[in-house]
Design a protein around this ligand. Structure first.
Ligand SMILES: [Mg+2]
Length: 396
């Protein structure tokens, strides 16, 4: 008798309109009203979160607050209370950790869980999903949407499928039917440019994407992107859940074929490594506060230098700037370099997925868009093709 492969069940848990829901929970008079958390009208800044009542007016996260106000002047406008949200988030993650230790934080209000093998203990996936929602509601008064499927993609699309307070379980044999009518815009890693290409090609649904000739798609999107979207269209995706605790750091290093003294070369290599580290961090939703520089000189003499930044980052420019300062000011011997590496660690408890209200919003949005573009292009053409420029400061 053939042994059956163990069935994989991945859950994606997403709190509904998280910041706004925390406010509505604490102030009953806000319930049933449009609530907008973020900048205040009359100020520069963006919407961090909108309650479902506010979304009916077309108000969305990252929208300029002036636009939100134009759409709904009668909404309740509130400044974010980040401590409150952190406390609520921590309680939710505690609850998820009681279901399984294999929990991956995707942001302050989103997590992936590996439920494989829990059926005997907790019942079928739908029962586990209901239990997760019940416990979160009981402990925090907050609603969550849960998607459960054979991999991360299906779990994520499942949690988005019915919101708020949704629960969607997609069995492996249902995956293709579940995806077929979906707009291609629901797929992961799809920017505005890609959407335009799909539009031009007449691809609007996942079913249409599946039927589109693979080679023609490659001509328009490049091999990597085309492959990624086709795999998604067939429901093929990673079922790995990596807990923040498992991964202690992200680091990349390069060994030179011959020893290097030239500072421009070292800076360029460090820049490429920082971009690689940052891209991994963003993909995994991690922000680190500690930057580590590793240098090996001729003869295997190895030094590391660390710096704790004032705030966690996943931006290659921050990582490079800090690493380069460590290189210049770390009192390293003046020798030829054999190996150079850079890493980040010291993870933030939760990730700055929501717009950071303390950044000038315009700059923040542009930074994010810039970094997303870098990721998209790296994905398409291979790493190192494009890096975000950092003004170089060196000792003269
Ligand atoms: Mg959410």
């Amino acid at each position: 008798m053939a042994t059956e492969a163990p069935r994989r069940w991945i859950a994606h848990v997403d709190l509904d309109a998280f910041f706004a829901s925390c406010e509505q929970r604490d102030r009953p008079e806000y319930r049933g009203r449009p609530v907008v958390v973020g900048a205040l009208p009359g100020h520069r800044g963006v919407v961090a979160a909108a309650s479902y009542e506010a979304r009916k007016f077309g108000i969305r996260s990252a929208m300029p607050i002036s636009e939100a106000y134009r759409r709904c002047p009668d909404a309740v406008y509130l400044r974010p209370d980040l401590d409150k949200y952190r406390r609520a988030s921590r309680r939710v993650f505690d609850i998820l950790g009681q279901i399984t230790p294999v929990v991956e934080a995707a942001s302050i209000d989103e997590a992936y869980l590996d439920l494989s093998g829990l059926e005997k203990l907790l019942g079928p996936p739908a029962a586990i999903g209901r239990e997760i929602k019940r416990r979160i509601r009981e402990a925090t008064g907050l609603g969550a949407s849960v998607g459960i499927g054979p991999n991360r993609l299906i779990a994520k699309l499942g949690s988005e499928y019915r919101k708020p307070d949704g629960l969607t379980v997609v069995h492996p044999q249902q995956v293709l039917d579940f995806l077929a009518p979906m707009p291609v815009g629901n797929l992961r890693g799809l920017g505005r440019q890609t959407l335009k290409v799909f539009d031009r090609l007449g691809i609007h649904t996942v079913a249409q994407l599946r039927e589109f000739p693979a080679s023609l798609l490659e001509d328009h999107l490049g091999k990597r992107a085309a492959g990624s979207f086709r795999r998604q269209a067939f429901g093929i995706a990673s079922d790995e859940v990596v807990t923040g605790r498992q991964r202690k750091s992200i680091s990349k290093e390069t060994t030179f074929e011959s020893d290097v003294r030239d500072r421009d070369t070292l800076h360029d290599v460090l820049q490429a490594l920082a971009a690689d580290v940052a891209s991994t961090a963003r993909r995994e939703g991690l922000s680190g506060q500690v930057v580590t520089l590793k240098i090996r000189f001729t003869g295997f003499e190895t030094h590391t230098r660390q710096h704790k930044r004032p705030a966690p980052t996943q931006d290659e420019r921050d990582i490079l700037r800090t690493a380069w300062r460590l290189f210049q000011e770390g009192k390293l011997p003046d020798k030829a370099v054999r190996l150079i590496g850079v890493g980040i660690s010291g993870w933030a408890q939760e990730q700055p997925e929501q717009p950071d209200l303390f950044d000038p919003p315009q700059q923040h949005r542009e930074n994010r868009r810039l970094l997303e573009t870098v990721d998209a292009i790296s994905e398409r053409f291979g790493k190192g093709v494009l890096q975000v420029g950092v003004p170089r400061k060196r000792n003269q």
